[in-house]
Design a protein around this ligand. Structure first.
Ligand code: PLP
Length: 420
């Protein structure tokens, strides 16, 4: 459920007409709904609460790192799952306490390990044995014990797009689950480490709970094995990955069903369960508003050329992702067309030969479900300005990330003296 609905024939974000935002801020522009973020946060929390009272939900900042979005989620009691020093800084700037931050990521730098320790973050999710040794050394030198878990790769096919799959043995993430006990045995005694559990995350946009359940069962077996070897296991991080509907009418496992499955699989584990949802919280809390520039006759289908492009929303070019396209003021008529942006790449196409609302040059339209992995992946390719972001709450809206002009970006560059 989201708060992008038609009122009087025009799509609104909560109570704000999208045309008002477009007129004020220009297009393309990302628009987020506070009420939708809050609703998703609450539904997710209620879902995982079925697994017991000891849960910690850390928003995967990579999905949408906008400070205002993070603040909304901080106010909902979310922690943060970060994968860089930059995300850590953002999460704290948004009001998330260091103790509620989990640091994931396959390539943490030594500087980032220092940053996390100095900030006093809640947990490091270790990806390899050497990282544990280095972290322990840095922590011990500071007189600290780093709270940490081992991220394991359970070799489970998440059944999602290959490029967002992370739990197969050939993926770069996690350490092989069958080596976890030996690695735990070697790392646990290190003075600078409080190795207290395991983590798993097998991929994103999972449309079935079955692979998650298979992965969690393997993690449960590992927890039993670790305990049998004398280790104290108090924390298990079950990652994120819950899929969301990108197509009208599509049904995905709900946080409620997810929570029921987690409760069943983890019964008796006696640990704090941690979760790292990203997409499930913010994908359907955002849309990308764009203006139709031209309807270009095509040989196969007409091309609707919009002013948003793959540099603003790269998911389609990157992972063949689907975003529904809709007119802000639909006439009720439709046509079959392709939708493309102005960037000089053939992959800058949002929809191919799809039945969509009939639009003409000058009309406003939206790419729906764009709140996750949208603005955060934007670039200035083709020297296009960096897309702005707006947060709506009821009948209010505010720009929460400005449009950065190509001229401003040029201000960060320079021609070396020898070329002047
Ligand atoms: N946790 C980790 C370690 C991730 O790599 C990701 C994203 O791939 C997430 C959480 C968030 O995943 P999602 O947005 O699918 O919930």
């Amino acid at each position: 459920m989201n708060h992008f609905d038609s009122i009087g024939g025009e799509m609104h974000a909560e109570q704000v007409p999208l045309s008002t935002i477009a007129q004020t801020v220009g297009t393309p522009v990302y628009v987020y709904s506070t009420a939708t973020l809050q609703r998703h946060a609450r539904v997710y929390k209620a879902g995982v609460a079925k697994a017991g009272p000891r849960t910690h939900v850390a928003f995967a900042v990579k999905a949408n790192p906008n400070l205002a979005v993070l603040r909304v989620l901080a106010n909902e009691g979310f922690g943060a799952d970060v994968v860089s020093g930059g995300e850590m800084t953002r999460a704290m700037a948004a009001g998330i306490a260091a103790k509620d931050i989990v640091f994931s990521g396959v390539g943490k730098t030594r500087a980032e390990l220092h940053q996390g320790l100095d900030a006093g973050i809640g947990q490091f999710n270790l990806e390899l044995e050497e990282e544990g040794v280095v972290l322990a050394g840095i922590a011990a030198a500071k007189g600290l014990r780093a709270p940490a878990v081992l991220r394991v790769n359970p070799d489970v096919d998440a059944g999602t797009h290959d490029k967002i799959s992370t739990g197969k043995k050939e993926n770069k993430f996690g350490l092989p689950i069958d080596q976890a006990l030996d690695i735990f045995n070697r790392l646990a005694p290190l003075e600078g480490l409080n190795l207290r559990g395991v983590a798993v995350h097998i991929g994103s946009q999972l449309s079935s709970l079955a692979p998650l359940e298979a992965a969690f069962e393997r993690v449960g077996a590992l927890v039993a094995q670790l305990r049998a070897a004398g280790h104290t296991i108090t924390h298990v991080d079950l990652g994120g990955g819950l899929g969301v509907p990108y197509r009208k009418g599509e049904v995905m496992p709900s946080p409620d069903e997810f929570g029921e499955m987690v409760a069943r699989v983890t019964a008796g584990w006696d640990v704090e369960l941690q979760f790292e949802p990203g997409r499930a919280i913010c994908a359907n809390a955002g849309v990308l508003v764009t203006e139709v520039l031209w309807v270009k006759p095509g040989v196969v289908h007409p091309y609707v050329i919009v002013d948003a492009a793959m540099n603003d929303l790269s998911r389609v070019a990157l992972y063949d992702a689907h975003h529904d396209f809709a007119a802000v003021r639909p006439s009720g008529e439709t046509f079959v067309a392709s939708v493309a942006g102005p960037v000089c790449e053939s992959s800058d196409v949002f929809a191919k030969g799809r039945e969509i609302d009939l639009v003409r040059g000058g009309d406003l339209a939206v790419l729906l479900s764009a709140g996750a992995y949208g603005a955060t992946m934007a670039s200035m390719y083709n020297s296009r300005p960096l897309v702005p972001e707006v947060l709506v709450s009821g009948d209010r809206f505010e720009v929460v990330a400005k449009r950065v002009s190509a001229e401003a970006m040029m201000g960060e560059e320079q021609v070396p003296a020898w070329l002047k």
